[in-house]
Design a protein around this ligand. Sequence first.
Ligand code: NAP
Length: 348
Amino acid sequence: MKKIEVGVLGATGMVGQNFIRFLDGHPWFEVTWLGASDRSVGKPYHEAAAWRLEGDMPEAVARLTVQECKPETKAPKLVFSAMDASVATEIERAFAEAGHYVVSNSRNHRMEPDVPLLVPEINAAHLKLLEHQHKRGWKGAIVTNPNCSTVALTMGLAPLKPFGITQVIATTMQAVSGAGYPGVASFDIVGNVIPFIGGEEAKMESETLKILGEFAGDHIEFLPARVSSHCNRVPVLDGHTVTASVSLSRKATLQELIEAYDAFTAEPQKLKLPSAPPKPVLYLHAENRPQPRRDAWRDKGMTVTVGRLRTCAVLDYKFVCMAHNTIRGAAGAAVLNAELMVAQGYLK
Ligand code: NAP
């Protein structure tokens, strides 16, 4: 199959670099266009971007010239967006209006009623919203992935959804790579915990209900549950850990819930999408797992690990879940979204 050309908006930033690394050697997609701010436009990528990830900058991309983030710069039809949130709203909209499919990691459009907030293993049906998005007069579309900590939580909750989730209390321990570069000052985070991440708790609480909601014709019927979250930054490099307590409307034994985790599989696995891990939610039976340093990179960072399911003295059950925040929670999530869109014929 001839590879599909793709672009990256915000290619020089931390998430942009993660896109470039994740897409290196991708069997379906080839990065042929890069966009960033005036600071970078006209420069070869290797000059515009200070590479901050392990390994070298992929050679073919290093030579590309960074373009203005305008659709008339011959950007490919499919563009991934890692735009700074202060400019993402207008730029992503301009690309969608001009006929591009924008698969975005930025928060700006996530909660708009006709924009899918996609986690392919949980809500592939939400892509049907795109038919309604075209009513805006756009020739293209915008599809988003959730905030990084929300991905970990919703994947940990998804296998429990058939048991009727009614209440969730979640506490995060979030890696420093989630704050971009230079992120949190080392003086603040080394040997410390910061119990505040601006805007994060509200995002987790609202996005979770949309993701776990049902497609209802022209909108998403949000999951009728209550979610409360506490978000903390901890001195971990990669991998957001979430501890969660949950109430279920259907009585279930511990064994039934663990079986639900073990049996959980979904559309990306059925379609054998290139970035789909064989087991999207892996239940670990060891009493001290998951751990970010040991489990975040499973299946190139795309597997979400869960463990320590046990009864909760306040709600019904509690567990730990963990996801690689810049892969499953950012670049890898968006690439999997695009793979699903290709497989379902949205990018013809
Ligand atoms: P970042 O490192 O600051 O990168 C921002 C990117 O946007 C750079 O490529 C920058 O280009 C470009 N940009 C800034 N202003 C622009 C303008 N006026 N026109 C065109 N391009 C412009 O940010 P990041 O950490 O990668 O985050 C990117 C997005 O992903 C944000 O919306 C963030 O909230 C979201 N996000 C980040 C993470 C994470 O782990 N960091 C996780 C989830 C979501 P220049 O280099 O040329 O300035």
